[in-house]
Ligand binder design. Sequence first.
Ligand SMILES: [Zn+2]
Ligand SMILES: [Zn+2]
Length: 677
Amino acid sequence: MSTQTIAVHLPDGSVREVPSGTTPLDIANSISPRLAAASVVARLTPLTGTKDQAAHSDEPSEDAMYAAGDAAAPRLVDLTAPLTADTRLELVTEKDPEALKVVRHSAAHVLATAVLELFPEAKLGHGPATDSGFFYDFYREKPFTPEDLVLIEAKMAEVIARDDQFVREHEPREQALEEFSRDGDFMKTHFVTKFTVPGDEVSFYRNGKFMDFCRGPHVPSTARVKAVKITNLAGAYWLGDEKNPQLQRIYGTAFFSKKDLDAHFARLEELAKRDHRLLGKQLDLFSIQELAGPGLIFWHPKGAMIRKIMEDWMREECLRRGYSLVYTPHVAKVNLWQTSGHEGFYAANMFTPMELDDANYRLKPMNCPFHILIYKNSPKSYRDLPVRLAELGNVYRYERSGTMHGLLRVRGFTQDDAHIFCMPSQIEDEVVACIDFAEAVLTTFGFKEFKVELSTWDPNDRAHYAGSEENWALAVGGLQRALDRKGIAYKTIPGEAAFYGPKIDVKLVDVLGRLWQLSTVQFDFNLPARFEMEYVGEDGEKHQPVMVHRALFGSVERFFGVLIEHYAGAFPLWLAPVQVGLVPISERHRDYAKKVEAELKAAGLRVEVDDRNEKMNGKIRDFANQKTPYILVFGDKEEAAGNVSVRTRGKGDQGTVPLAEFIAKAKALVEGQSTEL
Ligand SMILES: [Zn+2]
Ligand SMILES: [Zn+2]
């Protein structure tokens, strides 16, 4: 057989002519043995497909990884996969997030290897990588115990130490099916039947004696799974059907290094401590009541105090920035939702209609149509624009049961919603003002970093969008120029816009580096047309105004949830529901406590006195557990001198100061909305 030569294009632009059958590992080794050792898998982009397509899919999905799918799309292959056609080749190292998925999926094979060595009677399901690790499904009559998991983890370490290579093998489909059904491997039989067609060759991966039906790819050998841990065991019915046998799903996670693995668990611990549902209970901030229904938030006095401060701040800022405040109803006739179009494209997200004597009504999922009705209630001229209507509006959206999550995903929430109606010439200034406002929200509430995305239409699918090409160009241009004027770096995402207009999303980065989508500035070409909105222009003619929806907290409930987790419940002084806790040392200091309390309250500070007959240290501990920013302790000495002994959250005992001095300092921090304490 004559040796055919193929062309392998490398990322640096060079092209290597190599014999067909050369592997990515051969090429890596020919570049440098260090590169070969650092490579996890290879990414191939066939040159036979259109180059455009390859350029578009630079982030391959999991589908591209496991399914045969699009022949022209990049796909990951084993380092030992023979190359048989001209291709682009990229050696994927640990710097590439896709590599971690390959490590995790390979870890699932290691897990299955260990389970079968210890429990040969177990039957295998499947073992994919997930966003946070991997799992493998097993069927075994006797459930695994926690002790079994310890044994399995130890066995996994042995499998890894053996450093067996992952070797790809093939077998005719019919033969594989025969073997699996002979061995009672009902799940494997199912997968082979589902994912292959008659006449196919079925691929297997072998490491040591263990074989698994799998498309791959995997790391070169088991020792490349360097840091792995079993995390959880859960029951799951085969194919999700409770009539089927119950499987046992063993979860685990894997990282490139022990250091990464440890950091992951440290972070999980930190996340658990900051969970807003836990802190909401511990600090008595809010609750969700079974009797009332899921996804509906009850704000308790302390949570309500923080909400009041957030809302007061927001309303004041709106007024300062030229918005008008409005209030609108919670329900409206179905006719309104028909005019707005929500009755069509948004119906699945709305509460079902309520029949009253004159018509059917629906709870509002959005405030927009109401603000439009206010605009339309009187004629508008170009001199009236921009009209900026703002409301902290309660909206209700249907979320499937079981999907609710604390304050983050709810059925009733409060949008800090505003709608700006303006002339096309005013777009840019209005968007700049919105971004300024969004920045003010984030910095005031203590977030230092944020990311901005600009969502535009898919130019290949214009029929899908409302509004003319000219309008889209105008709006997208306005958004871009506004971001450029602000000097804000942003990512443009084509095809991500809603059908009714482009938008800017601002995602804040919290103290743990998590991204939260909160503020949105959204154009709308649809509603002004549907409601036949107009204004009389300078030319005396009627024109349609441009509409911008914008929400900055997004949802007050969700923003509060993010705040709780960001601060781990230790709110800055200006937001803290109780700012100062008073601890009289004994009963005879109660009068002084009253005096201190009155003076603090007169200065506008929020105070709580603990005059129970308890030990001083117990009272201090209780305030500390409530994460109270300041605790003032006083006895005979302090009373005689008009002093207080100050304990600052996170800093401990700060010594004794005159009461007036403490008040002045605390007031300054509150007025400056300091996030330092
Ligand atoms: Zn596999
Ligand atoms: Zn709106």
